[in-house]
Design a protein around this ligand. Structure first.
Ligand code: BDR
Ligand code: CA
Length: 313
């Protein structure tokens, strides 16, 4: 039976690449997509999600617009440089304005109602700032016992961050929300930079995706170059990219491709280290942090084959 997933993201080029991958995989059943500020404004992220679903001919998937800013801190917009002003490498004008609309409901309410209506069945997949999930937890704490699993793209435990020396962007940009999500006590797996930066999509690999020649891969071929140029500029890469969000879906589809270190993790919320997902490797019973599964190793070729084979169909 397909895994029922509620995808919470900020498309976003790698979010879009994840969505096309997930929507095409027969073992994933999208029960909804909630959006959040992050790679772009929540308005653009929502519009992009609708555009992606139209391009993938999947307008059956409900979309809900979520948080426009962090829980406590003022919004510190950083969009533009990595994903383009529109979140899709400034290519969204190439696609028609979506004719579909988001549902008229709060994202936290949608998350709560979806989880509570399907006890033990829904896997939450936050691949953006954790704000919507934190609000859902505040609204209905019993979602903790009623989710199947929470698979987060975010965090950096044993490797450097990308938004600060120690913090990954999804965790740092709303560290208070991330702390709520990480300390909730639900079954949580972190697919963070510890593994996502070990799965490179080279220019040759991206070309091989573009050559597949279906609407989903044509879309990817249009948006990937902006992300490649950003990686070249900011990470000194040769156009190799890291498609973080897609790897969270790869974990759900085949957890055997990943190695897990299970330790308590604390999310720092303040100061220079805000957003650091601190692994407590002391293995001491008195740790007051909640144990989670951190993906620390990955079969990169296995993930890349899974991604490309799925897009080939
Ligand atoms: C994460 O941050 C966002 O910019 C990406 O979409 C990804 O979810 C990587 O740090
Ligand atoms: Ca994202």
């Amino acid at each position: 039976m397909a895994t029922r997933i509620l995808f919470d993201g900020d498309p976003g080029i790698d979010d879009a690449m994840a969505l096309f991958f997930g929507l095409l995989h027969p073992e994933l059943d999208f029960v909804g997509i909630t959006t959040v500020f992050g790679n772009t404004t929540v308005e653009f992220a929502t519009r992009n999600t609708l555009q992606i679903l139209e391009a993938a001919n999947r307008t059956d998937v409900p979309v809900v617009m979520g948080a426009s800013h962090p829980l406590l801190k003022p919004l510190a917009p950083r969009w533009g440089r990595i994903h383009g002003a529109d979140g899709l490498g400034n290519q969204s004008h190439l696609y028609p304005t979506p004719t579909t609309r988001p549902l008229d409901v709060a994202a936290a309410t949608f998350i709560v109602e979806t989880v509570m209506a399907n006890p033990g069945e829904v896997t939450l997949v936050p691949v953006g700032r954790m704000t919507n999930l934190a609000l859902a937890l505040r609204l209905e704490p019993r979602i903790v016992e009623n989710v199947k699993e929470v698979v987060v793209m975010g965090g950096a435990a044993f490797v450097p961050g990308n938004a600060s020396p120690v913090a990954e962007a999804n965790i740092r940009e709303d560290a208070h929300a991330s702390n709520i999500v990480f300390s909730a006590g639900w079954p949580l797996v972190m697919v963070g930079l510890d593994v996502t930066m070990k799965v490179p999509m080279t220019p040759a690999y991206i070309n091989s995706i573009a050559e597949i020649g279906r609407p989903e891969t044509d879309f990817i071929a249009k948006i990937a170059p902006f992300y490649q140029q950003a990686y070249a500029q900011f990470h000194n890469s040769d156009g190799t990219i890291y498609c973080h969000d897609a790897y969270a879906l790869a974990y759900i589809l085949n957890p055997g491709l990943f190695g897990i270190t299970r330790v308590p993790v604390y999310v720092e919320t303040e100061g220079l280290c805000a957003g650091f997902t601190v692994p407590d490797t002391r293995n001491r019973w008195e740790s007051d942090s909640v144990e989670i599964g951190i993906c620390t190793s990955v079969d990169a070729d296995g993930v890349l084959d899974l991604y490309r084979d799925t897009l080939k169909g």
